[in-house]
Every structure is written in structure tokens, then in C-alpha cells.
Ligand binder design. Structure first.
Ligand code: ZN
Length: 247
């Protein structure tokens, strides 16, 4: 089965459309949370995900928008965008976000090698923890049973794979393909709507569950269209500006 894995779309419809066009034909689309927040088109992004038949989990921004997570620990721009989104979204969008689970464990039949766990942050703290270190990854190996965990939240493409008793990190560049073998691993597709690895193009991952391989892709999109819309709608200018730099 060929799966497109996308994450951290953050209401960036222009980026999502570019990614969906580049993905082409796949058997499934899985999204890893933060569907909304930061960007200007929450309703249209949710409608597009529904149309594409995507399944997935909720992120901290999704939870905050529907009132399930306080925004005290969000920075000012993030909090402003959450409040902007909350006031603006349609009922169907809110219902969609509310229904997203924190964790999704896909059954054995999905892959030839057993279950897969989908979370936004980490298995032990699906909403909040950033998996940015081999230490954090090792701590999380006991918090899920499946071979692979797909996670987002950091907005940086990354593989953290178990090697013996330790975990090794591997930064992934565009178009790299990794054979996963028997290792347990955390796979992060990077962010569609607000990349933070210095490359402003939208990031996603193709996952081949038959060949046990994953590859990372980048897609350029019209960043200035998203930025113009954000400024027109009164979202914080800093959130628009950062899209230029992928930071
Ligand atoms: Zn995010």
C-alpha cells in the first residue's frame, strides 16, 4: 500500500493543494495533526481533507481551537491565531476537529508488518511532546507497541530509528528514500503549511508499506498567496513573514 503522510498543514490551503497535486494517486492519506492554526483557511483545509478521504489525529492547535487545551503555553502569535480560528470556523469544521483522536493505531491488515501508530507529538504525550532528540525517542519506545510511529509537531522531517539498545537520528533531505528493515522507528514527514527546517517548500512523506520504505518530498507553492491572505484577514504579520524563510 502506498500512503502519503502529511502533517502540520496549519490552515495553509495553497500549500495543501500543491502537495495533493504532487502526491498523485495513492492508496491512503494520513495526516498527523495541526490541521488548523497559524494560517488563513481552516474551513477550506478541513473540507479538502474530507474530500481527499484523509484520516488522522489531532494536534495541539486543533485541540486548542475546540477548547480542549488551554492556550497559556502558546506564544502570543500562536494564541492569536487560535483565537482567530475559533471565532471564524464553521460548525462542520469544529465538529471535524473535535472528532479527531489523539492517537490512531492502524490494524494489522494495514501493513504487512503489523500495526502502525499515528500521533501528533509522541506516543506518551500525543498532543504536546516534541520528539527532537534520540533520548526522547528512546523514552517513548515503551509507550507504543507497533513497529513504526508516525509523528509530526516539530515541523522538521526526521527519522529516529532504534539500533540495538539506542536510537539514532537521521535528518532527511528531499527525495531521500529509506529502507526501514526491521528497526522500530519514528518517522516525521515535516510540515505542509509551515516548514521550520530552513526550506520554505511544503514537506510530506510517501510511505510504502509493502517495501517497508519511506521517502520525503518537497513541493514549492505560492507562499505569497498564503501570506497575502493572512495579512488581509488580520492574522499576525510575523506568522506570514516566517513562511518565506521556512523557519
Ligand atoms: Zn504544528
Amino acid at each position: 500500500m502506498k500512503v502519503a503522510v502529511i502533517s502540520d498543514i496549519h490552515s495553509n490551503l495553497v500549500a495543501l493543494e500543491a502537495v495533493l497535486a504532487a502526491i498523485g494517486s495513492v492508496d491512503a492519506i494520513w495526516q498527523l495533526g495541526d490541521v488548523v492554526g497559524y494560517g488563513p483557511e481552516p474551513d477550506a483545509v478541513v473540507a479538502r481533507l474530507k474530500e481527499a478521504g484523509a484520516i488522522g489525529v489531532r494536534g495541539n492547535h486543533d485541540a486548542a481551537v475546540v477548547g480542549d487545551l488551554p492556550t497559556d503555553s502558546f506564544n502570543d502569535d500562536a494564541r492569536a491565531a487560535v483565537e482567530w480560528t475559533r471565532k471564524r470556523i464553521r460548525f462542520e469544521t469544529e465538529a471535524y476537529l473535535r472528532a479527531l483522536p489523539e492517537k490512531l493505531v492502524l490494524p494489522d491488515s494495514t501493513t504487512a508488518r503489523g500495526e502502525l501508530t499515528l500521533v501528533h507529538g509522541s506516543p506518551r504525550n500525543p498532543i504536546w511532546e516534541y520528539l527532537t532528540s534520540t533520548w526522547a525517542a528512546r523514552e517513548n519506545l515503551g509507550a507504543f507497541d507497533s513497529r513504526w510511529c508516525l509523528n509530526g509537531h516539530t515541523h522538521v522531517p526526521l527519522v529516529l530509528a532504534q539500533v540495538g539498545q539506542s536510537v539514532k537520528g537521521l535528518a532527511v533531505d528531499a527525495a531521500i528514500r529509506i529502507e526501514l528493515g526491521d528497526s522500530r522507528a519514528f518517522l516525521n514527514p515535516g510540515s505542509v503549511g509551515q516548514p521550520r527546517d530552513g526550506d520554505p517548500s511544503a514537506s510530506y512523506m510517501l510511505f510504502d508499506t509493502d517495501a517497508y520504505a519511506a521517502s520525503w518530498q518537497r513541493v514549492e507553492y505560492r507562499i505569497e498567496d498564503t501570506q497575502a491572505r493572512m495579512l488581509e484577514l488580520g492574522l499576525p504579520p510575523g506568522l506570514a513573514r516566517r513562511l518565506t524563510f521556512g523557519l
